[in-house]
Design a binder for this molecule. Structure first.
Ligand SMILES: *Cc1c(COP(=O)(O)O)cnc(C)c1O
Length: 221
């Protein structure tokens, strides 16, 4: 699939909304459009097709595209779904409404410090390295209990849920189930899981927000 034009984007969005509603008729997950590498005009097309939640991986790239889009569309909700370095925290707080990648103590402490100095924090998801892959971001499953308690209870951060990216070459279902079990333990209501290849399975397993890029916009770059 090549990069999609506006009418193809609209068709993809409508098909995805239908599929999600078919799998979970009573409470389908939110459909987030992951717009990394895609142009403002592609983002506009998705907005016109009904998307309100957008995801970007990199603070710099989002800063180049989204201030204007958010100005034109005050109801647009922007999610950071890529790693956040502590030296980018201030920029991220100015732009993003939700951060999905809280994954270490240093970042949690940096967010708490900004809050203590008066910044309003976005809703936060803790990213769990659910497949324990060395190259992947996220808190290790065996450290997740302690870290969730630390961020939520000790630092009083606005943690609303958990996020994961399961290993690519395996059945994602058990990993989604493990993430859901962890969220249930800590009474966290939101689950950020599911991408173009596995959003249907993630939805079956209780995802509340799926992060879909190529199945909306076509191939990247
Ligand atoms: C790029 C990305 C997505 C979307 O991936 P697709 O396979 O294009 O749907 C979702 N989540 C994260 C964290 C990503 O980096």
């Amino acid at each position: 699939m090549d990069k999609a034009d506006s009418s193809t984007i609209a068709k993809h969005v409508s098909q995805l909304h239908q599929k999600l509603a078919h799998i979970m008729p009573h409470h389908p997950p939110t459909l987030m459009a992951v717009s990394k590498t895609h142009s403002s005009s592609a983002i506009e097309a998705a907005y016109l097709a009904g998307i309100r939640h957008f995801g970007e991986n990199r603070v710099q790239e989002a800063l180049a595209k989204f201030p204007e889009l958010k100005h034109n569309h005050p109801d647009l909700v922007l999610h950071l779904i890529g790693p956040l370095q502590t030296n980018k925290v201030k920029d991220a707080l100015r732009l993003f409404d939700v951060i999905h990648t809280l994954d270490r103590k240093k970042l949690a402490e940096s967010l708490a410090k900004e809050r203590d100095q008066g910044a309003k924090l976005p809703d936060l998801y803790i990213q769990v390295n659910i497949g324990l892959e060395p190259q992947k971001a996220g808190i290790a499953p065996k450290e997740a209990d302690g870290f969730i308690r630390y961020a939520k209870d000790e630092l009083q951060l606005p943690v609303i849920g958990l996020m994961c990216i399961p290993p690519q070459d395996q059945d994602p279902r058990p990993f989604f189930q493990a993430l859901r079990a962890l969220a249930t333990t800590f009474q966290l209501p939101e689950l950020s899981m599911g991408m173009s290849a596995d959003y249907a399975i993630a939805t079956e397993e209780g995802s509340t927000i799926v992060r879909v890029g190529s199945a909306i916009f076509g191939e990247r770059g």
